[in-house]
Design a protein around this ligand. Structure first.
Ligand code: URA
Length: 190
């Protein structure tokens, strides 16, 4: 019998947990496939797991994750209703930016997850997720923050990464504005 999309998503997660496609498998505690309902309407895609995520096996459970939870709740979204993942499923050592070949190694997993979940909206968190999913390394997240973008049959809203506001107070307002714009987009599409 054919597999359901939910079963395929579970199979991707199993493959991610055992993945040795790039060097990031060598230093990880565990890979972080993603979390959330398999039929979520909204999907959030960040950059890569940090230390807390690497230890717990879940995306966005550290300080950036707490900020994400608050930003979502401010626009009436319960984080348990959305699917959350990253472009890279393993922690880069010292939280460095993922290398292009590491992003490439994970690309099939991410596209598989999107194909299984079929979200109405994909929110990218930060420059790396935006540039990877929109396949354009020249895009500026400051310019596209909170805007609706249609590409290849998918709908995206790029957002500034919540972690940007943790150390830089000046980023907190644009981050809030991006999420407020997401709230309005969701409201207008209900
Ligand atoms: N930052 C990310 O981009 N992803 C996480 O899972 C945690 C922090």
């Amino acid at each position: 019998m054919a597999w359901s999309r939910s079963e395929m998503l579970d199979a991707i997660a199993d493959e991610v947990r055992a993945c040795t496609r790039c060097r990031l498998c060598e230093q990880r505690t565990q890979a972080v496939p993603g979390v959330g309902p398999h039929d979520a309407r909204i999907m959030f895609v960040g950059e890569a797991p940090g230390e807390d995520e690497d230890l717990q096996g879940e995306p966005f459970v550290g300080r950036a994750g707490q900020a994400l939870t608050v930003l979502l709740s401010n626009i009436g979204i319960d984080r348990s209703d959305v699917y959350i993942t990253n472009i890279c499923k393993c922690r880069p050592p010292g939280n460095r930016d993922p290398h292009p070949d590491e992003v490439d190694a994970c690309r099939e997993y991410l596209h598989g997850q999107i194909a299984c979940i079929r979200p109405a909206l994909i929110c990218t968190l930060g420059r790396w997720a935006m540039q990877t999913l929109l396949e354009d390394a020249t895009l500026s997240v400051m310019k596209l923050n909170g805007q609706l973008i249609e590409r290849q049959g998918l709908t995206f809203v790029p957002l500034i990464h919540p972690a940007a506001g943790l150390h830089n107070e000046a980023m907190r307002e644009p981050i809030k504005q991006g999420f407020a714009s997401l709230g309005q987009i969701l409201h207008s599409r209900q």
